[in-house]
Design a protein around this ligand. Sequence first.
Ligand SMILES: Cc1cc2nc3c(=O)[nH]c(=O)nc-3n(C[C@H](O)[C@H](O)[C@H](O)COP(=O)(O)OP(=O)(O)OC[C@H]3O[C@@H](n4cnc5c(N)ncnc54)[C@H](O)[C@@H]3O)c2cc1C
Length: 450
Amino acid sequence: MSRHVVIAGAGPAGLCAAAGALRAGAEVTLVDAAENPGGQIRAWRGFERLRDHVLGHPRCDWWPESSIWSIERVGDGAPHVHVLCGEIDAAERDRHVLRPDALVLAPGAHDRVLPFPGWELPGVSTAGAAQAFVKGEGLALGDRTLIAGSGPFLLPVAATLLEAGSRVLAVLEANPAATVARGWTRRPWELASQPGKAAELAGYAALLARHRVPCRTGRAVIEARGDGRVEEAVTARLRPDWSIVPGTEKVIAVDALCVTHGFSPRLELPVAAGCRLRAGAFVEVDGEQRTSVPAVYAAGEITGIAGAPAARTEGLLAGWAAGGGSPDAPEAVAARRRRDQARAFAARLAAAHPIGAAWPGWLRPDTIVCRCEDTAYGTLQRAAREDSAHAVKLATRAGLGPCQARICGPTVAELRSGGNPHHRPIAQPIRLGELAKPPVENPDKKESAR
Ligand SMILES: Cc1cc2nc3c(=O)[nH]c(=O)nc-3n(C[C@H](O)[C@H](O)[C@H](O)COP(=O)(O)OP(=O)(O)OC[C@H]3O[C@@H](n4cnc5c(N)ncnc54)[C@H](O)[C@@H]3O)c2cc1C
């Protein structure tokens, strides 16, 4: 009898994991909270072909609009997967329990923003949200837009905004040119395996040059000001540790400000499954994408921020192994080589765009750090001096609002030096009524009836 593999997430990693598991002969249940597969990025070559192959496969059961809200550990076997099916705001959603032979976790990441005074003003958005808005609505974001933060993601965001007709004043990378250059050019021979990335970068550079958008390094937005919405951005030159060089502040009139400081992996599902983390930041995996938990595999941004091609290769390997495929099969050997090259790329990315340790120097006592609960930096500092991480959370409510610390969690943990920002036994909101109902036994969804 073939193995049953559940795949959490249908982004580049999850879709490729499904293809790998199907190729290995497994029965696949592919689950995603979104209506359509593809995750954060659907514009890669071969996406539509892969999507049609996976979703149309007789051994694949596709569960769109289905959120995994809990992972239940059970003895030595694969954990049970608790899923809510139905639109997020539907009156009642069905509850299902999947009991697979193997689980592939591929929930991806979301973009990270460090707080600064005024970041809660309307008109200030994460770069990812701005990109999603412009792509979704087809509207220009602003007449005077500033893009700031750190990492190569600033460039596709600038490109999306320019193509939609927004006027982009500048792109600001917080790290100095020397840090960026050192990170990207170390072990230059490894770059030969990533020609696509170089071409992509050249494309963005040409587009920005055509629109006369300056790209500056070593400069950041340290404050947003405005009456009811953003009207001005204060920028400053930074040292390599991201402390402000006094006297370099400039005030720029803006009507939109997009900020991103890299990505935070979504670790609540792997943490709930009991997977060991690497440096507290990413899921630790072996050569076959196995986690420390038996029958649980991980792929994509949760194992390291390395971009969509790396996520696809990791997904393929994870699905193949989870489905019982041999590690010695030629395609697995070739995929491992590509995965290792992609990991080298991730290390380069991290070295070129680190987050400087002195960034909390931008904050003031009244700067909001948790936007859901309006927790100010001063309040958090006072509580952190006296209490444990758990007590700080209860006293300040930081991380207890609707986003459940997905946005502020890593920042709050860093500022109070402790606590696991990813420990979230209920990964997605569930209503008490939904919880009280027994799981549905649906003959069309064979796993719930097992
Ligand atoms: C906001 C944003 C914008 C980006 N834009 C670009 C870009 O323009 N160009 C570029 O090259 N790269 C971009 N990236 C990076 C790129 O998206 C990633 O490298 C790639 O998508 C990673 O693939 P993944 O499969 O690991 O994760 P994702 O693509 O994020 O897919 C993860 C999937 O898991 C699902 N999921 C998560 N949790 C659950 C749950 N509990 N239950 C059910 N489903 C769940 C999500 O709905 C999602 O579909 C962006 C990343 C982000 C976060």
